[in-house]
Write a protein that binds this ligand. Structure first.
Ligand SMILES: [Zn+2]
Length: 213
């Protein structure tokens, strides 16, 4: 577990678990703004702070536990807030493009501008490394800058959104959920994020709504 006692990341917390159903960390990140399209109450932000961001990145295997711990320990409060804001901006620009693509519509110029900026910036910090067999572009993890999760996620969006995998992009058929995923089923017939998760999330949501009265 990553210890969140360091600067600006809050007290030690229980490990948060994200539902990774997208088939790509990029799509799983989009799904961290939950109930994005629901009527009534606003969407639910699952990426509350830098600790959550690191936890998400570790769970997606973008970062090792050790690097995650180091990032949380070393980041200061203002940098942490800045990186989280940048990740949310990346996520929302990508979400706009992805949901528009599902509707067969082109993206907005403003979202494209954000993505272009994010992709370029992330690439700037890649280093050419020898991976034992061949050359590879990689983001250096030591020293690990606070922006590392942002840049890694930027490159995940770039990989996905410039690839033929986009043909597999689907959204959950539950109109209140609409989580994104890649349909890798044999006959391209997947319609739901995950029946169990989707059902449970709906139930939890109704329960909360009832308690609010
Ligand atoms: Zn769903």
């Amino acid at each position: 577990m990553i210890d969140g006692t360091a600067n600006g990341t809050g007290a030690r917390r229980d490990k948060k678990s994200f539902e990774l159903i997208g088939g790509s960390p990029a799509l799983d990140l989009v799904n961290t703004l939950d109930w994005r399209f629901r009527n009534g109450p606003p969407p639910e932000e699952l990426l509350q702070d830098y600790y959550d961001l690191v936890q998400f990145s570790v769970q997606c295997s973008l970062l090792s536990d050790a690097v995650g711990r180091r990032l949380v320990r070393n980041v200061n409060e203002s940098k942490a807030a800045q990186v989280v804001a940048a990740v949310r901006e990346l996520r929302e620009a990508a979400a706009e493009v992805l949901y528009a693509a599902l509707e067969g519509v082109g993206p907005s110029a403003s979202s494209m501008k954000v993505l272009e900026k994010c992709f370029r910036e992330a690439r700037e910090y890649e280093r050419l490394l020898w991976d034992g067999e061949k050359l590879a572009w990689e983001l250096s993890q030591s020293p690990a800058p606070a922006e590392l999760p942002l840049w890694m996620l930027s490159l995940k969006f770039e990989d996905l959104m410039t690839s033929d995998e986009m043909h597999k992009l689907r959204e959950c058929g539950n109109a209140e959920c609409r989580w994104l995923f890649l349909d890798t089923s044999k006959n391209h017939t997947r319609r739901w994020c995950d029946m169990k998760i989707c059902g449970n999330r709906m139930k939890a949501r109704r329960f909360k709504a009832q308690r609010r009265g």
